[in-house]
Design a protein around this ligand. Sequence first.
Ligand code: HEC
Ligand code: HEC
Length: 433
Amino acid sequence: MRIFITAVALSLALISAATRFPEAPTGLDNKTNGIVDDVTHRADQAKFEGVEQLSDGLGPLYNAQSCAECHQSPVSGGASQVTELRAGHNGPDRRFRTPDIPIAHGAEVVTGRSLVNDRAICPNAEFPDKEIQERVPETETIRTFRLSLNLLGDGFVEAVADQTLIDLSKQQCKSSHGKICGQILYVPIVESPGQMGVGRFGWKDQHASLLSFAGDAYLNEMGITNRLQPNEVTNICNTVPEPNDTTGPDGLSDIDHFARFIRATKAPARDAALASGAAANKGLGLFEKIGCASCHVETLTTAPTGTKINGGTFTIPAALGSITLHPYGDFLMHDVGTGDGILQATREHYGHQVFQQMSGYLSKQDFESSRNKIRTAPLWGVRLRPRLMHDGASLTLVEAITRHSGEAGHVIKQFEKLKRPEQNAIIEFLKSL
Ligand code: HEC
Ligand code: HEC
């Protein structure tokens, strides 16, 4: 009798969990997760894949001509091998300083950003004497590459409540007896001046909102000024008036289409054959047992439909509300011994306006203490990325794992103590993600 009741109670609990928190749709098929219809999603995708030209305002300094150039594999919105370059140096107080990069034979100095753009639009026919290519000056001794990230499924990540991440960080610290304590970073929501949110996007958790990220990327990767980032990095060789990105007949700018495209993507699908195999399942058990899952968190749930996020500017739609996702990441900052020592520069990521208003909001201390930390890499889709870690310098999964130290040191020791077949099972599991 008791067994019967327990079984009923258990199955009821399972049913109610399942009905309360449906799984995020997964797929690498360019179809919508349901927040818009497929026709709208295809149109947003075309914007995301749009190749910007000089006449659209490309540059003057830039890295690539379209979002999809770096977020493309295996489908638009995925990751890629493209890296970007960041640099800086330590000030006399040992704090990070962004580089001073002279361009146009020293006529102008680019300041306030750690990004060093790899491309420039001039010298060209119109400006044969303007030489503006950036390069790392000898003085900038702190340098790194940062790999392009996967965006598929990020709409679900954006819809996770700030409080869920705060609770996760506390619980992680408690259950590891202080060894693993993910750091929360509050960052400005650029489209909602004065509002802050828990950062979760970018290697340094520099944004909480996908719209904020789209505005940042459009300017810093492509040189396209927009309503959130209206100031060019340099005006030398600049011909198109600001902002380059203007509102279309549907009332939306390109950055709105980019954000909606990302929000409507499905989460990366696993390799179905490997995922159902015995090795991957054994590997998952070991991954949890030795503590990888403390940071590479298997399951998160989004806030309910109708919740207002991003400073009240975005309401979670039904397709993103109360959903279970499996990102294998906690979106928190950790020191795993790989930090590149580069702080996110505030003016660069949040624009001049927010930068000026912000001194009161942004905790300098928090940002300084995150200097050598990196967001836990979400492992969904990792099988599709041949280069690993923020700098792409680890070329095998075992290499990436054994490169962790710091907060992950004790977990990696456990991994190293495992017998070869058990280590292989963890690798098989990772290859199924
Ligand atoms: C030159 C390559 C490049 C281009 C072009 C580019 N990105 Fe990125 N993107 C990156 C890199 C590199 C990162 C990681 C940056 C970091 O954190 O330092 C990134 C990160 C992101 C993220 C954070 C994803 C996450 O889960 O943390 C979003 C969102 C994003 N890009 C959107 C865009 C959009 C929208 C565009 C077009 C306007 C764009 N990107 C253009 C290279 C690029
Ligand atoms: C203390 C938190 C923490 C623990 C514990 C941890 N990781 Fe990580 N993991 C990270 C962080 C942070 C990164 C990103 C580091 C970087 O890019 O420099 C990362 C990156 C990775 C990557 C590279 C993914 C990519 O897309 O580049 C793999 C693979 C990985 N971890 C597997 C594991 C495995 C397997 C374990 C257990 C043996 C583990 N990790 C334990 C935090 C952790």
